[in-house]
Design a protein around this ligand. Structure first.
Ligand code: BEZ
Length: 208
């Protein structure tokens, strides 16, 4: 099965540091930041776990639940979380999936055999409350993720859903947005009564 934007995130049952979960039931009505990392007790992963925990209020504000995965066991995760809390000055409360048999990692194509046959690369899946995959990102093992970008893209996806807009390069909350070409000027008058700037017929910007 291919993991593609617009597809339903594959469901699974698995053990986590917060007990067994059924992924779709656990998602409930939330958005999800689902991310994998190569291994417990490794430096880059420790900073990423810590950053996710530090940003827990920022994720919660956006109705996003975080869930991590590595191909280690619950017992290993639990020992590592103590280190993450101590070294990153945080309290990690989100679940980490235990995947020693690579069941979920393979289902989500997190194992890239040219990198490692047993450890996951740094995958990111943003999943919406309809369980649809809305974004995928893949980082190599030696590059930590940019969490400003993860929050930014969640903001962009949620604004796009709420306001029928698209966002330009390097968009940040508060910046002008784009009226998608699928909305003609007649429909745009209803959706964007504030008006817009027509730079080209296909390039219209507005404020929301
Ligand atoms: C790390 O988290 O530091 C790491 C893990 C696997 C390969 C390279 C770096």
């Amino acid at each position: 099965m291919s993991i593609r934007i617009g597809g339903i995130a594959p469901n699974f049952d698995v053990e986590t540091t917060k007990g067994p979960i059924n992924f779709h039931q656990w998602i409930g009505d939330s958005w999800v930041f689902f991310f994998s990392h190569p291994a417990d007790f490794t430096p880059v992963c420790t900073t990423e776990m810590g950053r996710t925990a530090q940003l827990s209020n920022d994720f919660a504000k956006r109705n996003v639940k975080s869930i991590g995965l590595s191909t280690d066991t619950v017992a290993e995760h639990e020992k590592w979380i103590i280190d993450v809390d101590n070294t990153q000055n945080t309290v990690l409360t989100f679940p980490i999936i235990a995947d020693p048999d690579l069941k979920v990692a393979k289902l989500y194509e997190m194992i890239h055999p040219e990198e490692s046959a047993t450890q996951a690369v740094r995958s990111v899946f943003i999943i919406d409350p309809n369980k649809k995959i809305r974004l995928t990102l893949t980082y190599p093992m030696n590059v930590g993720r940019n969490f400003d970008e993860i929050l930014r893209v969640i903001d962009a996806l949620q604004l796009a859903d709420a306001k029928s807009i698209a966002t330009p390069a390097d968009w940040k909350p508060g910046d002008d947005v784009i009226i998608p070409p699928s909305i003609d000027n007649e429909a745009a008058k209803d959706l964007f009564p504030q008006g817009w700037n027509e730079i080209r017929p296909y390039l219209r910007t507005t404020k929301v």
